[in-house]
Design a protein around this ligand. Structure first.
Ligand SMILES: NC(=O)c1ccc[n+]([C@@H]2O[C@H](COP(=O)([O-])OP(=O)(O)OC[C@H]3O[C@@H](n4cnc5c(N)ncnc54)[C@H](OP(=O)(O)O)[C@@H]3O)[C@@H](O)[C@H]2O)c1
Length: 248
């Protein structure tokens, strides 16, 4: 079975769409016929596909966000993807770093959504937040990031109610993901980490993009979270407990 989407004549903004998950999302919307704009702080060596334009913008900077959105005359979909965090134990990292992490993962999507709202309302469009499993369970070592992502998931629920019925707002809650940066997140042996996922592998950018294509297409779903995590993370205690065999 093949599921296809037709985003011809639709304009899609993917923040942080120059690499990793964002590049996969941008490429998927472009392949579905959309005009795609990606933004980041650094121009990429190549854009993630034909029909993809790049605008330099730091999504934490309100002036950059205003300039980014004022360059568009139509907007159907915003994917708030730019985000992330270094390993930053709360007591060890500086207050400024923690504030910057919250700014990138919570305040910036709020700024982008706010600035995009008039265009999205005119187009009866949709916002997709790229959330994280770190915002849905404890995230030791990246507490500010986890708290910001939890806030982002809730921001989506609030905006879904505030901007209904014109603009739908949903979140893709991403679990462990295989990007070019996987070693930085998951250590030198990402394959061993991937084996802990019930699905037997980490999510690819294409897996996340498939959920974005579905959530951004016209429909009834709003204020919802779709977990793209391959079945989640099996609790560590369950490996320590000897269970009787099933159907003895
Ligand atoms: N990778 C995972 O395992 C994983 C798991 C769960 C959730 N997620 C979420 O998925 C999203 C993408 O993650 P990723 O791993 O693909 O990230 P990534 O590879 O580090 O790419 C991040 C993208 O965002 C851009 N960016 C960063 N700061 C920015 C800023 N201030 N303004 C504008 N653009 C900015 C980067 O470009 P510049 O640096 O040039 O600005 C880049 O294009 C994030 O929201 C992350 O929290 C990732």
């Amino acid at each position: 079975m093949t599921v296809t989407y037709d985003y011809t004549d639709r304009t899609v903004l993917v923040t942080g769409g120059t690499k990793g998950i964002g590049a996969g999302i941008a490429a998927a919307f472009a392949a579905a016929g959309a005009r795609v704009v990606v933004c980041a702080r650094t121009p990429p060596p190549t854009v993630p596909g034909p029909g993809v334009g790049f605008v330099r913008a730091d999504v934490r900077d309100p002036a950059d966000v205003e300039r980014l959105l004022s360059g568009l005359d139509r907007l159907d979909v915003v994917v708030n993807n730019a985000g992330g965090s270094p390993y930053a134990p709360l007591a060890d990292a500086s207050p400024r770093l923690h504030a910057r992490i919250v700014e990138l993962n919570l305040v910036a999507p709020l700024l982008v959504s706010r600035q995009a709202y008039p265009l999205l309302r005119a187009a009866a469009g949709a916002i997709v937040m790229i959330g994280s499993a770190s915002g849905a369970r404890p995230s030791p070592g990246t507490s500010a990031y986890g708290a910001a992502k939890a806030g982002l998931h809730h921001l989506a629920r609030c905006l879904a109610a505030e901007w209904a019925p014109e603009v739908r707002v949903n979140t893709v809650v991403v679990g462990l993901a295989a990007t070019e940066n996987a070693a930085a997140h998951y250590g030198p042996d990402p394959a061993a980490v991937a084996a802990t996922v019930p699905a037997g592998r980490m999510a690819t950018p294409a897996d996340v993009a498939a959920a974005c294509l579905w959530l951004a297409a016209p429909g009834y779903v709003t204020g919802a979270e779709v977990h793209v995590h391959g079945g989640g993370e099996t609790p560590a205690w369950s490996r320590l407990v000897a269970h009787p065999p099933r159907n003895p």
